[in-house]
Design a protein around this ligand. Structure first.
Ligand SMILES: Cc1ncc(COP(=O)(O)O)c(C=O)c1O
Length: 386
């Protein structure tokens, strides 16, 4: 019997190479090896207690039914309030959609904006799911090579060079995964003006914005014609709760509500109730302390890697990643990552996962382990290089 065939779009959706590294790391651990995990893109910290408590209370109170597709009104208001206090941005809570993670927000935005024949401009290297989301909408992801010269971010000049009459959206993440670099507010402003003048949607993924260690946290939500993606995953330490949000222009809300109803019905109800407590002073105090720990780790890892010949020319201002050029040690970062894991038990992600622009030169190193473990990782890298 012939098997049903999969849709053509599935062939272009690549697996994460990091999952192979993770699977091998876990197999080595099962065999008794001690592995230092610097490959995974999530903080090692637990969700703060006030958030966990609020989640448990919500479950006990029977908050286990659907919410409206756009999310709990109280949470949409709390998110709008966070923009006012943290980022001095006036956001109408009616323009907030609560989603299953930033992933849900990106899918909603691209689903609304892009279809067959349409192009979405994005940086390469970049968060790999973005090009796959575009592909899933049968649109074309136009991956624009970026390097240290532009802080691994798109510039207006690059956008103008790659834009065509089919360009529907420009997608920017700041600070970015895998580089941790942020786009300067002035450049973002110029890109915003260009998009507005050309009828192109601007999508800004601010999932790491609250994890900015230096420079101001400039939110694109100060403009009310931008699609701004964010999440409870990273700064709020709630990856597994699967909760994020999208701030959208008012004109987009009816369409987004219909798509959200059909794709998700709603985001997780207990998670939404838990997230209400994420904005409490107690939770925010803990989150800021965690952020300071992440910054200490960056400030340890960045010089330590540079001293060992890894090139990280642009200061990563945020997130918890270093995108290190390892070309003084190897011309094949995937092979390097594999032997580093096998020989000394340090797991990192090869550049291959983040695009096609010189991936063999780069490794992504996530500083998602406590400082003593990072010091141990550096000692092991020394042994490996020797
Ligand atoms: C830049 C970026 N955007 C979006 C996501 C998706 O996050 P989530 O769906 O957990 O909110 C991630 C996850 O690593 C990311 O790095």
């Amino acid at each position: 019997m012939p098997e049903p065939r999969t849709a053509a779009r599935i062939a272009g959706i690549a697996a994460f190479h990091v999952m192979d590294i993770l699977a091998r790391a876990q197999a080595l651990e099962a065999a008794g090896r001690d592995i230092i995990h610097l490959e995974i893109g999530e903080p090692d910290f637990a969700t703060p207690e006030p958030i966990v408590e609020a989640g448990i209370t919500a479950l006990r109170a029977g908050h286990t039914h659907y919410t409206g597709a756009l999310g709990l009104p109280a949470l949409r208001e709390a998110i709008a309030g966070f923009y006012a206090t943290r980022w001095q941005a006036v956001v109408d809570s009616e323009c907030v959609v609560v989603t299953p993670g930033a992933s849900g927000a990106l899918l909603l935005a691209l689903g609304l904006l892009a279809g067959p024949g349409d192009e979405v401009l994005m940086a390469d290297p970049g968060y790999p799911c973005n090009r796959h989301f575009a592909q899933f909408c049968d649109a074309r992801a136009v991956s624009i090579p970026v390097d240290a010269a532009s802080g691994f971010q798109l510039t207006l000049e690059l956008i103008e060079r790659h834009a065509t009459s089919a360009t529907r959206a420009v997608l920017i993440a700041s600070p970015a995964n895998p580089t941790g670099t942020a786009i300067p507010a002035g450049e973002l402003s110029r890109i915003h003006d260009w998009c507005a003048a050309h009828g192109v949607a601007l999508i800004v993924d601010e999932i790491y914005l609250a994890l900015t260690y230096e420079g101001s946290e400039f939110s694109a939500a100060r403009w009310n014609d931008v699609f701004v993606v964010n999440s409870f995953s990273k700064y709020f330490l709630m990856t597994g709760w699967r909760l994020g949000w999208l701030v959208a222009p008012a004109w987009a809300m009816p369409g987004l509500e219909r798509v959200a109803q059909n794709l998700f019905l709603a985001a997780s109800t207990p998670a939404q109730h838990a997230a209400l407590a994420a904005f409490s002073p107690a939770a925010l105090a803990e989150l800021e302390a965690r952020k300071a720990e992440l910054q200490d780790r960056r400030d340890y890892m960045l010089p330590a890697l540079r001293e060992r010949g890894f090139l990280i020319p642009t200061q990563p201002q945020g997130a918890f990643y270093l995108y290190a050029d390892c070309s003084v040690h190897t011309n094949d970062s995937a092979q390097f990552a594999q032997t580093l894991l096998e020989q000394v038990g340090v797991a990192v992600t090869p550049g291959l996962d983040f695009g096609r622009h010189q991936p063999q030169r780069f490794l992504r190193i996530a500083y998602t382990q406590p400082l003593p473990r990072l010091a141990e990782a550096i000692a092991r890298i020394d042994r490996f290089l020797a």
